[in-house]
Design a protein around this ligand. Structure first.
Ligand SMILES: [Zn+2]
Length: 67
């Protein structure tokens, strides 16, 4: 997935997903797209069950709908 949204818009969507927002600050790259980036804290949290995959998927759906 190639997201072309401004970081500001992405941050705004993240405000509605507090647990995603929390983890996103721990990603290795500040402009992490949380899909397949190395060092992504959100992908790690999904893998260990800290974030529900459905929550992440609805976050992604919102971003896609904004493009
Ligand atoms: Zn990430």
């Amino acid at each position: 997935m190639n997201l072309v949204l401004a970081q500001m818009e992405i941050d705004e969507v993240l405000n509605g997903f507090i647990e995603l927002k929390e983890h996103s600050s721990k990603c290795k790259f500040r402009d992490c797209g949380h899909s397949s980036e190395p060092g992504c804290a959100i992908q790690a949290a999904i893998a260990n069950g800290e974030i529900h995959r459905e929550r992440f998927e609805s976050y992604q759906r919102i971003l896609v709908s904004m493009q």
